[in-house]
Design a protein around this ligand. Structure first.
Ligand SMILES: [Zn+2]
Length: 275
């Protein structure tokens, strides 16, 4: 368990299933220190819980479920996913098992300046990693994309779109995507809660290329219409980040770029390494 306590803000990084006991201990401590009806104690009940893997802020029902509120008496209108989360502690979006608890108890009169949480720092780092990756690719393969496509792919707007995309694997473990159409490129992004290539490959049992084909088809892209970039962004519970890129020029006589680490053994044996 890691904890930061500055200016009456508490940030805890804990195993999800440990949360009820951690919350209980905090309650006891705050109650002793400030009193059972104190502002400080009441602030704890409005703490934010988010997934340490994907940053998703869990809805209140997930929070309650984790505290065991639905265990003996099912509540109408509570999603099965929220109930299950209380039992397993597994994030349905990224399969992560750790949470960040953020709890702030400023005095009612105290003005606090908004702080950028761990998530935004992480998004900045991810953006930089994406730009570095694309720059490396273009240095290696100058024929791959035009300078316009490069600028579109690495613009602040595109990077914001990528790092904030709600494109985590579905609860049944399939990769999903979000797409953004620009003038020369369509950008597809898929987020995964791991940086381990073998675990990412497990999300694509038929191999990467059929998966990419499916995403392109679902994006509605017509052949030759636009270049297509598929960014697979891995964000794990330890704050590590990994970027994988596939790039298919609209002009099909240019060899496309595949993310080598994500190809199955069979797919690797068929082609030569291009990234
Ligand atoms: Zn998650």
């Amino acid at each position: 368990m890691a904890a930061v306590n500055t200016r009456r803000q508490v940030v805890l990084h804990v195993r999800t299933l440990d949360y009820p006991s951690v919350q209980h201990a905090l309650f006891g401590r705050l109650s002793d220190e400030y009193g059972a009806t104190s502002y400080e104690l009441r602030a704890l009940t409005s703490a934010t819980l988010s997934c340490a893997g994907c940053g998703w802020a869990f809805p209140g029902s997930y929070h309650n479920s984790l505290l065991g509120m639905y265990r003996s008496r099912p509540v109408v209108g509570i999603s099965p996913a929220a109930v299950e989360f209380g039992d397993t502690g597994i994030c349905p979006r990224c399969q992560g098992t750790e949470i960040i608890l953020q709890y702030q108890c400023p005095r009612p009169t105290e003005v606090t300046k908004p702080s950028s949480g761990p998530t935004s720092t992480r998004q900045e780092r991810a953006s930089k990693l994406i730009v570095d990756h694309v720059e490396r690719v273009v240095k290696d393969r100058p024929d791959l994309m035009t300078s316009v496509a490069f600028r579109e792919l690495t613009s602040t707007d595109t990077l914001d779109f990528i790092v904030n995309a709600d494109a985590w694997p579905s609860p049944d473990g399939h990769i999903t995507f979000r797409a953004k159409r620009l003038n020369q490129v369509i950008v597809l992004v898929s987020l995964v809660g791991t940086i381990d290539p073998s675990r990412i490959r497990n999300l694509m049992p038929a191999g990467y290329l059929p998966e990419l084909d499916r995403l392109l088809h679902e994006s509605g892209l017509r052949p030759g219409e636009l270049d297509a970039a598929h960014v697979v962004l891995g964000l794990d519970a330890d704050g590590r980040t990994a970027v994988h890129l596939a790039y298919l020029p609209a002009q099909r006589d240019i060899t496309f770029l595949t993310p080598w680490d994500l190809l199955s053994d069979q797919e690797r044996n068929r082609g030569s390494k291009t990234s």
